[in-house]
Design a protein around this ligand. Structure first.
Ligand code: NDP
Ligand code: HSE
Length: 438
């Protein structure tokens, strides 16, 4: 079944230890149990769960497990000499980082789904894994069940990747989809999503864009072979999006999505950003709705490649984690761990958001009288911002709303123009400024 190549592995199984038996840990264990025989045949050896560390032994688990395997002491996993692969599925930076470092220093291969730890501490951990010749895999950390990290590191490795663009947060995609379909308000949809368990009780990381910030930092680091410091990634969440913005966008032929964008800028720089944006309704990413994620990778040789699927949840993320475990187990069997280490061998500078050039959507409340449109257009012109289209709607009394779509202009110019526009006596309020992506 596994060919004729001679295995160098001396044990009759691969022992794994798992840290965390929550949403992803349970999905991982369930899949290893359900497909045990098939996985054994694919690897050529059984994968045996030796120990699982949790915080609370009395907690009811949503997967059937021998309770003897459970421990509240992570070091029972990390320091067990028989354990070959440690799966870190706890989340957060500490103590996860310390545990992973300990596992690597103990010579164990590591699989994790922890985007925050990878985005913030990936370099230290990957350097340690490389020093030791160990595998350190993290497919589940970006876009849940969608294979994106392995494809970029392997199948697409021959390409120079110029752009990676994605909807990489399921919670916000769900909220924006509901707001679009039902003309609902952000707060109402968020409350309902929390009640149904689609959004976490503390949704800050999702709705403020931090979750997507970690993920696009990881994807861009791989795409551009340059370490992206997560703190340099510009981030804006979706809290300022109203149903009025969504309705205007639809009228203009766009949908609003929270995008993670990484793009090469010339030879030496990259731009990496997360923010809501208008994209044309026919854009391939516009069809990714509800909790689905989608990532578009633009390679010089391959062209556009689109990845689509479930970006979160127990089953999908468990699928990514188990895929990594199988890959590492095969490497262990043939003595080839540590083959694919960190690929950040370049140091590209980050383009500041002020210099980033996009089209823009501007929505403002103004007094509905002669020369108002001209006054605002004149300020835009003063800052070299050319207008693509304008839509005005009377609202109440002598007030009106104006929505502008501009041609491409640097973010700096728009910020300065809006400062001036908001001080014009005829402008009551600048409601929103969003970028428009093609
Ligand atoms: P959960 O909160 O559901 O599970 C965390 C688990 O870790 C729990 O079982 C908890 O134990 C255990 N744990 C926490 N601290 C310790 C500790 N010090 N020692 C031992 N065990 C500990 O998290 P998720 O499963 O949702 O997320 C896990 C990781 O996967 C995170 O990095 C997350 O970002 C990532 N991820 C999650 C996705 C998802 O859809 N949920 C999707 C993609 C990635 P106990 O159960 O006893 O409290
Ligand atoms: N909170 C994330 C999301 C899932 O909504 O996409 C974990 O990566």
């Amino acid at each position: 079944m596994n060919g004729t190549k001679q295995s160098t592995w001396r044990k009759d199984r691969i022992d794994i230890g798992i840290l965390g038996l929550g949403v992803v840990g349970s999905g991982t264990v369930r899949l290893l149990q359900q497909n045990r025989e098939e996985i054994e045949r694919k690897v050529g050896l059984p994968i045996h769960i030796k120990r699982i560390a949790v915080r609370d032994l009395s907690k009811k688990r949503c997967v059937r497990i021998d309770t003897q395997l459970l421990t509240t002491n992570a070091y029972d996993v990390l320091d067990d000499p028989e354990i070959d692969i440690v799966c870190e599925l706890i989340g957060g930076v500490e103590p996860a980082r310390e545990f992973v470092l300990r596992a690597l220093r103990n010579g164990k291969q590591v699989v994790t789904a922890n985007k925050e730890m990878i985005a913030k501490e990936g370099q230290t951990l990957m350097e340690e894994a490389a020093r030791q010749g160990l595998d350190f895999q993290f497919e589940g950390s970006v876009a849940g069940g969608i294979p994106i990290i392995q494809p970029m590191k392997n199948a697409l490795a021959g390409n120079r990747i110029n752009e990676v663009l994605g909807i990489i947060n399921g919670t916000t995609n769900y909220i924006l989809t509901r707001m679009t379909r039902e003309q609902a308000d952000f707060q109402d949809v968020l409350r309902e999503a929390q009640a149904h368990g689609y959004a976490e009780s503390d949704p800050t990381s999702d709705i403020e864009g931090y979750d997507a910030q970690y993920k696009i930092a990881i994807l861009s680091s791989i795409a551009f072979t340059s370490r992206i410091n997560v703190h340099d990634v510009y981030v804006e969440g979706i809290t300022k999006i109203t149903r009025a913005d969504i309705a205007y966008a639809a009228e203009l032929g766009y949908v609003i999505k929270l995008l993670g964008i990484g793009r090469r800028v010339g030879e030496d720089r990259v731009q990496v950003r997360v923010h809501p944006a208008l994209i044309p309704a026919q854009h391939p990413l516009a069809a990714a709705n509800d909790v689905y994620n989608a990532v578009l990778v633009k390679g010089e040789s391959v062209g556009d490649v689109m990845f689509y699927g479930r970006g979160a949840g127990s089953g999908p993320t468990g699928s990514a984690v188990v895929g990594d475990i199988i890959d590492v187990a095969r490497n262990l069997r043939y003595g080839s761990t540590g083959r694919v280490s960190c690929t950040c061998f370049q140091q590209k500078a980050m383009q500041p958001i002020e210099e980033v050039v996009t089209r823009h959507y501007l929505r403002m409340d103004v007094q509905d009288r002669p020369r108002v449109l001209a006054a605002i257009a004149s300020v835009l012109g003063d800052f070299d911002i050319s207008i693509e289209s304008v839509m005005q709607k009377a609202t109440h009394g002598d007030q009106a709303e104006i929505v502008w779509i501009t041609h491409e202009a640097p973010n700096y110019n728009v910020a300065r123009a809006l400062e001036t526009i908001s001080r014009l006596p005829v402008v009551n309020h600048v409601y929103n400024w969003l970028r428009v992506e093609q």
